[in-house]
Design a binder for this molecule. Structure first.
Ligand code: MSP
Length: 667
């Protein structure tokens, strides 16, 4: 094994179900971890959930649950989503686990024994959303991070001597790699230069947290508890030799990946806690920007959330991964829209890499009986082919340099320049015309053209495997190269494709998406649909490449039309809403009782954000009456209400201008 590499995501609060903002951070880390594994590093990739503190306690209360029940449910959602998305984390830490609690207490003791903790009295402002003490603020002042009003907290607390670390922290920031990108580094430097006050690190007016050692009336400040996950998960404070060895091996972290809003906690508090405990510091803290939806940060409180489920079910995991890394300039904010996702998918994946791979492999199938032609010296001796070989070598080194500088979008752009160059090369060399000829020179040129294209496809697949693990594994297998995970990325160079090997089964990897793709994703979003259990994660664990869910798209060849018989299968009825009420704990869902003539049905519909329940009672709507029942939030839904889906997913219910009898069929 090569050098060790330890990378972490922030641990996610369990007051909100995962959305693609969370998925973004996790995907970025997963991609980096996968590349490191391909480079031979002994990699450890950690993620998890942040479950203590007043914010979670309050959210649980609102949901009518105990904090533990509430945390269990949401932590499970995160864990399951990462599995469905094929995220390759080596551990998933929950801050309510015993291993974490004990080790955090150990850290607290160590900092206290080193003389950096004292007891005092805190009166001041606190932001419950960010779990942040806001120094120097007056009652009612907004939180500097989120703008919400702060609340006054007055209690006996333990304090951490943060002020003692001002100079040491500034020395740390002199290293330009410690906080990245530069804008965040400057922000941190000016914050620390403006003066650091000691930090309250315990709370005594609620109990949902880890008790302070020897003084259990207090719980440890949730940010000290949460930040410590980066060391507790790998064995800090454990008495087991194995865990201690893991800590020795992996700490310090190579990269803490975070969103830009939590820079202060990671770049100021965390290094200060570690310095106080006498522990080594992480090598780099890297902050990315926000994923925006309709111009705003995607977040539960703004209600502008897009979940990963609909995207991965309709277009596949790799489409989402590629889109986020290619479209968002890392470090800056980036917008998400279904339109942009599908456009990128079609342009770069379906028409780009997918098309190049399938036409190259299909021609090898047709003209060389599915055997990679041998690139004899005479065969590759043509200048445009040599230009591709040179371009590929440059792409390998540029891609790697850009990727390792977190410039994923640029790196992918560079890789796709090779796809573009090979497309052009194929058009110029017309292999389909060469294939018609039988003379030796034409055969040799055909072999060179197809070998060149195939080797370029191989190189793009190898480079982008960390970004699109499933589809590149399939391309690799189609090239006859077996299991891509066995390939050592550091050895990648032009011309390694062995001539004479037999292709695997050639199938399209990125079928074209059509208009219905967006509609399907939006509809799933609107319905707040619980995803079907996708076998992606399990399939990935085997050596077989998995079929992409994108293959479930309507075949590009059929024009998407259905027959009248197909339509007649849908039983559309006029329904009268009798009862409408919110579903507890689900922002988008309403429970409806709808009279459809023959019976009154219970339906669960994702329309709560567009319609207040009281405005619906007595309204006539259109119901799909013969849908198989399914459960949403534990409630059986018997049918579906028909609505137009507007940009951003807002539903508008279908209705009638004339009066219609309840139960009438629409046809
Ligand atoms: N629990 C703290 C972190 C503790 S780490 C010791 C927390 N949790 S969070 O769930 O609110 O956010 C965690 C991370 O999720 C953010 O830092 C960011 O990486 C990611 N994102 C959440 N919403 C996001 C967007 N809209 N866009 C991009 N990333 C976002 O803060």
């Amino acid at each position: 094994m090569g050098k060790k590499f330890y990378i972490t995501t922030p641990i996610y609060y369990v007051n909100a179900r995962p959305h693609i903002g969370h998925a973004y951070t996790t995907i970025v880390c997963d991609t980096i971890a996968r590349r490191q594994r391909m480079l031979g590093s002994d990699t450890f990739f950690l993620t998890g959930t942040d479950e203590h503190g007043q914010k979670i306690e309050r959210a649980a209360q609102e949901a009518g649950k105990t904090p533990q029940q509430y945390a269990d449910e949401i932590a499970t959602e995160f864990r399951k989503l990462w599995q469905r998305m094929g995220i390759s984390n080596d551990d998933f830490i929950r801050t309510t686990e015993e291993r974490h609690k004990k080790r955090v207490q150990e850290l607290f003791r160590r900092i206290r024994d080193n003389g950096y903790i004292y007891k005092g009295h805190y009166t001041g402002q606190y932001c419950f959303s960010d779990e942040l003490y806001v120094d120097g603020a007056k009652p009612g002042d907004p939180c500097p991070l989120c703008g919400r009003p702060t609340e006054t907290v007055e209690e006996e607390n333990y304090f951490f001597k943060l002020s003692a670390f001002q100079d040491k922290l500034l020395e740390l920031y002199a290293n330009p790699d410690f906080v990245r990108p530069e804008t965040r580094r400057n922000e941190v430097i000016s914050f620390v230069r403006s003066g650091l006050r000691d930090l309250s690190i315990s709370r005594s007016t609620f109990s949902w947290g880890i008790p302070v050692p020897d003084d259990p009336k207090h719980v440890i400040y949730v940010w000290l508890d949460a930040l410590a996950n980066y060391i507790t998960a790998i064995g800090y404070g454990s008495t087991h030799a194995g865990a201690q060895a893991a800590f020795e091996k992996y700490w310090p972290a190579d990269v803490h990946m975070i969103g830009k809003e939590i820079v202060r906690f990671h770049c100021v508090y965390w290094p200060a806690f570690l310095l106080a405990a006498g522990l080594p510091l992480p090598k780099a803290i890297v902050a990315h920007g926000w994923l925006l939806f309709e111009e705003n940060k995607m977040s539960k409180s703004r209600g502008n959330i897009v979940r990963a489920d609909s995207i991965i079910e309709v277009l596949g995991n790799d489409a989402l991964r590629y889109f986020l890394l290619r479209e968002v300039v890392f470090g800056q904010d980036g917008s998400f829209s279904f339109d942009a996702l599908v456009q990128r998918y079609n342009a770069d994946l379906a028409n780009g890499l997918g098309n190049l791979a399938s036409r190259t492999l299909t021609m090898i199938g047709r003209y060389f009986a599915g055997e990679i032609p041998t690139a004899s010296p005479s065969a590759v001796d043509n200048s445009s082919g040599n230009a591709i070989a040179e371009a590929a070598q440059t792409v390998i080194s540029e891609f790697s340099a850009l990727f390792d500088q977190f410039q994923f979008s640029r790196a992918l752009e560079v890789a796709w320049s090779l796809v573009g160059a090979v497309d052009k090369y194929i058009v110029e060399n017309e292999p389909w015309s060469l294939g018609e000829k039988q003379d030796e020179a034409s055969r040799a040129r055909l072999a060179a053209v197809l070998y060149t294209s195939a080797d370029a496809v191989r190189i793009v697949a190898a480079l982008t495997h960390p970004v699109m693990p499933e589809s590149t594994a399939r391309i690799w297998a189609q090239l006859g190269l077996g299991d891509i995970r066995k390939f050592q990325l550091s050895t990648l160079q032009w011309g390694q494709l062995p001539g004479g090997i037999q292709l695997g089964k050639v199938e399209p990897v990125f079928p074209r998406a059509d208009k219905s793709t967006i509609e399907r994703m939006q509809q799933m979003e609107n319905e707040g649909r619980a995803p079907a259990a996708a076998p992606v994660a399990e399939a990935q664990a085997t050596s077989q490449p998995v079929p992409s869910p994108a293959e479930k798209l309507p075949a590009a060849a059929s024009d998407g039309k259905i027959t009248i018989d197909d339509f007649a299968k849908v039983d559309l009825r006029v329904g009268l809403i009798k009862v409408a009420e919110k579903v507890k704990g689900a922002d988008k869902l309403l429970r409806l009782e709808v009279d459809i003539g023959a019976e009154v049905r219970q339906l669960v519909a994702g329309i709560a954000e567009a319609y207040a329940p009281e405005t619906l009672v007595g309204r006539k709507v259109v119901i799909v009456a013969n849908l198989a029942p399914r459960k949403l939030r534990g409630l059986e839904s018997n049918g579906m209400i028909v609505a137009a889906s507007l940009e951003g997913g807002k539903p508008v219910l279908a209705s009638f201008l004339e009066d219609v009898p309840v139960g009438a069929r629409l046809k």
